[in-house]
Design a protein around this ligand. Structure first.
Ligand SMILES: Cc1cc2nc3c(=O)[nH]c(=O)nc-3n(C[C@H](O)[C@H](O)[C@H](O)COP(=O)(O)OP(=O)(O)OC[C@H]3O[C@@H](n4cnc5c(N)ncnc54)[C@H](O)[C@@H]3O)c2cc1C
Length: 440
């Protein structure tokens, strides 16, 4: 097991904290580390945005990267928790299988997918990752390994799905895949001139399996709320087996942190003009990688925000408040000095009643990326008030600075004190001075 100490951050590069990072090679070493440390958290690939996978002691699962079993007939896969979705794709796609639920990034671990209970662009039909999860092995604070499923240790099963690592270390998991016939997606886009038509575009196109919208955060007046809804379906059978694999593409890279002025209101406005005018409204076919993982084409794109990093604010509102609420959120942003760069709007359906920690509510969610300016926390505070009063919540895996109540979860209800992150400390309103690098 290697143990090092260094400054560590998640995807948004804020906050940065000093952490001891252990990389155990097997269950025995994992147990040794769990039993010998307090205040530790499991870490997958660090692709959560804020302060979830940060703690004084971090247990990296990236060495748990073995595929344990893959049944090509039933599409049930069993793997260690540190396996990346991208690695799984190389095995499952050629056999004609894909994930029922995938987030917009393939470089996350299976453990991270469970602990955040990730969702994709098909939530109304397919729910979250936990909907397809059969069981997992969890190491708890006393070093015991428990099998958790809907029938065995089921309370722990549901606490762990979306539980942000606060129940223990997920070691391995079994889940169900979805059969597909080709690696191609049939895609179209609907341009919307304002809020009304944007929400109508989601409503009128409920028959499409996948839908996600982009919203122009710089538009105002009569074009406030203009955007594009991207719709897609898996395309039926293809003749060549090659189509069922990830095309070999060389990703572009942002090799160093950009100066923080690069993303300014003017450049963002320009970028938005380009997205809006270039949205292709006719039907076309794109490969699966292009459709599901467009951001993966540029490695380290988070560096575009400069060393100060950025804040992603992702919130979800109940359906009855979504239209008016999102309009008010965008109005509040326009009246501030902040400008969001990326925006993603999604529709969500019901969640199983047991999935208490899953982020989506039946309604709409909006994710907004803001450069971390000196004044961004004032805006987050205002948005928190608005979202809270509308019955909404924020996505903890993206959070770095929202009010403690905003995830609508009580971290003390998890029982385990050992499993502890900066996120948990913040929600507990901890004044823990040992957490060096806490946001100021
Ligand atoms: C570009 C981009 C796009 C994204 N799109 C989406 C999206 O569409 N939908 C969505 O839902 N999310 C999305 N995310 C968020 C991402 O999917 C989640 O944050 C995911 O949990 C990251 O997985 P990870 O392996 O990097 O975990 P980490 O970031 O390392 O950890 C995330 C959380 O999981 C816990 N955890 C990780 N491994 C384990 C384990 N083995 N046992 C117990 N706890 C563990 C950590 O403690 C932490 O609380 C996106 C992120 C990025 C960067």
């Amino acid at each position: 097991m290697t143990i090092t100490t260094r400054m560590l951050a998640n995807w948004a590069n804020y906050p940065v904290a000093e952490a001891e990072i252990a990389t155990p090679e097997n269950t025995a070493e994992t147990r040794d580390y769990v039993l010998s440390r307090e205040r530790l958290i499991a870490r997958g690939n660090g692709k959560c945005y804020g302060d979830a996978a940060l703690a004084p002691h971090v247990l990296s699962t990236l060495q748990f990267n073995r595929l344990l079993h893959f049944d090509r007939e039933t599409g049930i896969v069993e793997c260690e928790a540190g396996v990346l979705l991208s690695d799984l794709l190389n095995v499952i796609l050629p056999a004609g299988w894909f994930f029922h639920v995938t987030p917009g990034i393939k470089y996350i671990t299976v453990g991270g997918a469970i602990a955040s209970d990730v969702h994709g662009k098909n939530h109304p039909a397919k729910g979250c990752f936990s909907n397809w999860l059969i069981s997992f092995e969890l190491m708890t604070a006393n070093g015991q390994v428990l099998t958790c499923s809907r029938t065995e240790n089921n309370a722990l099963f549901w606490q762990t799905c979306g539980g942000m690592g606060w129940t223990g270390i997920i070691l391995s998991a079994r889940f169900q895949l979805m059969k597909i016939e080709s690696g191609q997606m049939r895609q179209t886009a609907v341009q919307a001139a304002d809020f009304d038509s944007l929400f109508r575009a989601f409503d009128d196109n409920r028959r499409w399996s996948y839908a996600a919208g982009w919203l122009d955060g710089t538009a105002s007046g009569r074009s406030a709320g203009r955007g594009v809804v991207f719709l897609a379906e898996h395309s039926p059978s293809s003749s060549t087996q090659e189509m069922l694999s990830l095309p070999a593409k060389k990703p572009r890279n942002v090799p160093f942190f950009a100066p923080s002025w690069i993303l300014n209101p003017l450049s963002i406005r320009l970028h938005n003009e380009i997205i809006f005018s270039r949205a292709k409204t006719g039907e076309r076919f794109v490969d699966l990688d292009t459709y599901f993982y467009p951001l993966d084409r540029v490695q380290n794109w988070n560096r575009l925000y400069g060393r100060r990093g950025f804040i992603q604010y992702q919130f979800c509102l109940p359906e009855e408040n979504s239209f008016d609420g999102i309009r008010r959120v965008m109005e509040t942003i326009r009246n501030s000095s902040e400008t969001p760069f990326l925006t993603v709007l999604k529709r969500h359906g019901e969640r199983p009643p047991e999935a208490v920690h899953s982020f989506p509510l039946r309604g709409y969610s909006l994710a907004l990326d803001f450069p971390r300016t000196r004044t961004i926390f004032n805006l987050v505070h205002q948005l928190d008030e608005l979202v809270w009063n509308l019955g909404g919540k924020i996505y903890l895996t993206k959070d770095a600075c929202s009010a403690a109540r905003m995830g609508r979860v009580d971290p003390t209800a998890f029982g385990e004190e050992k499993f502890y992150s900066l996120l948990k400390a913040r929600l507990l309103n901890s004044q823990d001075t040992a957490l060096k690098g806490l946001p100021v």
